[in-house]
Design a protein around this ligand. Structure first.
Ligand SMILES: Nc1ncnc2c1ncn2[C@@H]1O[C@H](COP(=O)(O)OP(=O)(O)O)[C@@H](O)[C@H]1O
Ligand SMILES: [Mg+2]
Length: 399
C-alpha cells in the first residue's frame, strides 16, 4: 500500500521520470526551484534526486531547513551537512579538500571520523564562529568549496519557510534580506555548486514581504503536478493486486474519478488506504458502491477531515489577515461553481476587504494559483483538485 504522509522512498517511489529528467538537465547550467504545495511529492522527488546524484565526484547534501530561523543557523546546517557527507564518503575512502572548511572553525579537524563528540563540538564552534560576521566566514567556506574538485549539490527542503522564519525573527537589520542577497551572490560565484530548493509555501509570497522576487529569478522553476492518469491507474492496480482484490479498469477508473484531477499521490494514497480500512472492517467486496461510500462517507466525512484541514488553516498562517478572509470567501464560492468568473471574485474581494485595489486582488489570485488552490483560465476560476473542491464545498462552501 502507498505510504500516506511520509515521503515515498525506494520501492514506494513511483514514476516522476519526467520531473527527475527535467531537473537533472536543468542542473547542468542552473539552480532549481521545486514548486508545489504540501504533500504533492516534493520531498520524495528531492530524496530520489539525492540518490540519483550520489556517486562519482558528486557531493550531495540534503537539508530540511523548516526549523531554521537565522542565517547563522542556515550556514551551520550547511557545514554540518558537509561533515555528515565527509564522514560517509571517508568511510568509502575518498578524502577531499572540504576538510579545510573545518579548520576555519576548529583546529583538530583530523577527528572528523569520531562522529558524536566531534560533531557537537564542531557545531558549537561553527555557530560561535558565525556569530561575529557570518557573511565573511561563509564566503571563506564557499571559497574552499569552490576550489574543490567535486560537484556539490545542496538540496534545501522547505526553504521558503526558513526565509519566512528569518524575516519574522530578525531584530533590526533584515537578516532575511541580507541572507537572500548573499545567497544570490554565492550562486553567481560558485561554479561547481548547484542548489535545489523547494517548499510547500509559495516563495513568491514570502519574498514579497522580504524585498521582492528578483533575488531568486535566476532559479529554474519546476512545477510538481499530480501523476498522469495512466500512472495513477497503475498504482491503483498494484494496490488491488497487493490486497488480492479483483481489479477491473471500471473500478480503477471509478477510484480516480472520485479523486479527480489532478492525481496528487497523497490524495490517491488517502483514497486507497480508506478503501482498505473499510474493506477490512466490513469484509465487503471492493465494488463501485463500496468505492462511492468510502468517498462520500469517509473521505468527505469527519474521519478524513484532518488530511484536508491544513489546506484551509494555512490560509490563516501564510496569508495576511485581509487576504486570508477574501481568499476563504472566494474559494468558498469557487467550490460551489464549475467555473467562477474573475469579476464575481473581485466583488467578493471588495466585500470582504473593503478595498477596491484590483492589482492587489490579482496578486491574491496568483498566490492562490501558485499555491495550487485554483486554476485561472480566460477569466474563469476553478479548483485545481476535484477532491479538495468537494471537501471545501462541504466544510467551507457557505458564502
Ligand atoms: N513519487 C511518489 N510515489 C509514491 N508516493 C508518492 C510519491 N510522491 C509523493 N507520494 C506520497 O505523497 C505523500 C506526500 O509526499 P511528500 O514527498 O512528502 O510531499 P511534499 O514534500 O510535497 O509535502 C506521501 O504520502 C508520499 O508517500
Ligand atoms: Mg515535504
Amino acid at each position: 500500500m502507498m505510504p500516506v504522509g511520509n515521503p515515498a522512498i525506494g520501492e514506494d517511489f513511483v514514476d516522476r521520470e519526467q520531473e527527475i529528467k527535467q531537473i537533472l538537465s536543468a542542473l547542468k547550467k542552473d539552480n532549481v526551484l521545486l514548486a508545489a504545495p504540501r504533500r504533492f511529492g516534493k520531498t520524495s522527488i528531492m530524496r530520489k534526486l539525492e540518490k540519483e546524484l550520489f556517486g562519482g565526484s558528486n557531493v550531495v547534501i540534503f537539508l530540511d531547513v523548516e526549523s531554521v530561523s537565522s542565517p547563522q543557523r542556515f550556514l551551520s546546517e550547511i557545514i554540518m551537512g558537509l561533515t555528515d557527507f565527509e564522514e560517509f564518503s571517508s568511510e568509502s575512502g575518498s578524502s577531499s579538500k572540504l576538510k579545510n572548511i573545518y579548520k576555519l572553525f576548529q583546529d583538530n579537524v583530523e577527528e572528523v571520523g569520531v562522529p558524536a563528540i566531534f560533531k557537537a563540538k564542531l557545531r558549537r564552534s561553527v555557530e560561535e564562529g558565525l556569530k561575529e560576521d557570518w557573511i565573511d566566514k561563509s564566503n571563506e567556506v564557499f571559497q574552499i568549496i569552490n576550489k574543490s574538485d567535486e560537484n556539490i549539490y545542496f538540496i534545501f527542503d522547505e526553504f521558503p519557510i526558513a526565509i519566512k522564519n528569518m524575516n519574522e525573527s530578525d531584530t533590526d537589520e533584515s537578516d532575511a534580506e541580507m541572507f537572500l542577497s548573499w545567497f544570490r551572490k554565492l550562486r553567481q560565484t560558485c561554479t561547481n555548486v548547484r542548489f535545489i530548493v523547494g517548499g510547500s509555501v509559495s516563495i513568491e509570497r514570502v519574498l514579497r514581504d522580504v524585498g521582492g522576487t528578483n533575488v531568486i529569478n535566476d532559479f529554474r522553476v519546476i512545477r510538481v503536478d499530480g501523476f498522469e492518469r495512466d500512472i495513477a491507474l497503475q498504482i491503483v492496480k498494484q494496490v488491488f493486486e497487493e490486497e488480492s482484490w479483483e481489479y477491473t479498469s471500471l473500478l480503477g477508473n471509478k477510484i480516480l474519478d472520485c479523486v479527480g484531477e489532478s492525481y496528487i499521490p497523497y490524495f490517491v494514497g488517502i483514497m486507497l488506504s480508506a478503501l482498505l480500512d473499510e474493506q477490512i472492517i466490513t469484509g465487503k467486496e471492493v465494488d463501485e458502491s463500496l468505492i462511492e461510500d468510502v468517498y462520500n462517507v469517509h473521505i468527505l466525512g469527519s474521519k478524513c477531515k484532518h488530511y484536508f484541514d491544513p489546506y484551509f488553516h494555512r490560509l490563516k498562517i501564510f496569508y495576511q489577515e485581509m487576504d486570508s478572509k477574501a481568499a476563504r470567501a472566494i474559494l468558498g464560492n469557487v467550490s460551489n461553481n464549475e467555473n467562477y468568473s474573475l469579476e464575481l471574485a473581485f466583488d467578493v474581494f471588495q466585500r470582504e476587504t473593503g478595498s477596491h485595489d484590483y492589482e492587489h486582488f490579482l496578486d491574491l489570485i496568483s498566490d492562490l494559483e501558485n499555491d495550487f488552490y485554483i486554476e485561472h483560465n480566460c477569466g474563469q476560476l476553478s479548483f485545481y483538485s476535484k477532491i479538495l473542491k468537494d471537501w471545501w464545498r462541504i466544510y467551507h462552501g457557505n458564502f
